[in-house]
Design a protein around this ligand. Structure first.
Ligand code: 6PG
Length: 245
């Protein structure tokens, strides 16, 4: 397991620009090395700001977007056309502005009124396992962090935190909407580089708890670790409880 680093930025927009810069160059390097990268993006204010910053990056045009596989660590289980969906927000922020191949953009099934959230999760799990000849393997995994410590849609002490499927249905989430589909810890562990991204003072206690070694069942954001590296991209406000910050 790779090292954990913490990068602190003055402002959320400086953070978003830095993540975007790293993303553009890392994806480009992987493609130049002959890989077809799989990246996992996330919803939430920081995750969507990062996608917008990628769109605005001067070198974004050098990515072969048509070869990029895009996944979500979690999705809000609402109608396909809902503005609450992480995928629709990602399309607005980035994916509608770059020439992605829709067959490589792996959306989580939506709530069509007749599908149960568990069935949607099982379908997403099958999509994940079916996209790889061997074990699923992601190059970059982006995740946000909730005030109470959730990441993806794994909330503290929730069944999702102990689920050993590839993806699971999540109900009664404290953060609306209440029904979601989430990758589980086992799947989140299959990424080379994990980028935990969060901003704002409301996240400062959680950041401190993670850096102090919290258990993933208590603070799920403490769980994901990249195979090669784990980076906490945080702003000054989120870093404000770290001693000497
Ligand atoms: C979602 C997310 C969720 C999010 C965090 C952080 O669907 O809401 O995927 O895990 O990333 O809640 O969100 P903020 O950056 O808005 O605090």
């Amino acid at each position: 397991m790779g090292e954990v680093t913490v990068d602190i930025f003055d402002t959320p927009s400086a953070l978003a620009s830095a993540v975007a810069n790293q993303f553009v160059h890392q994806v480009r390097d992987l493609q130049e090395a002959g890989r077809a990268p799989h990246v996992v993006v996330t919803g939430g204010s920081t995750g969507i700001a990062v996608l917008r910053a990628i769109r605005d990056h001067a070198d974004a045009a050098f990515i072969d977007w048509s070869a990029l596989h895009v996944w979500w660590g979690d999705e809000r289980f609402v109608a396909a056309d809902s503005a609450d969906r992480n995928d629709n927000q990602a399309y607005d922020a980035l994916l509608s502005r770059v020439p992605v191949d829709p067959s490589k953009v792996h959306r989580v099934p939506a709530d069509d009124g007749s599908t149960e959230v568990d069935a949607a999760a099982a379908a997403y799990a099958a999509e994940i396992t079916g996209a790889f000849t061997d074990r699923p393997h992601f190059d970059i995994l982006m995740l946000g962090v909730g005030e109470e410590g959730h990441t993806a849609s794994i909330f503290p002490h929730s069944p999702a935190a102990e689920d050993d499927a590839v993806a699971c249905g999540v109900r009664d989430c404290p953060k609306p909407p209440p029904s979601r589909v989430s990758m589980t810890f086992g799947t989140l562990a299959l990424a080379d580089h994990v980028w935990m991204m969060t901003t704002g003072e409301a996240k400062a206690d959680v950041v401190l708890a993670v850096l102090n070694g919290a258990a993933a069942i208590d603070i799920p954001a403490a769980g994901p670790r990249g195979i090669k590296s784990t980076t906490w991209w945080i702003d000054e406000a989120a870093a404000s409880r770290i001693p000497n910050e």
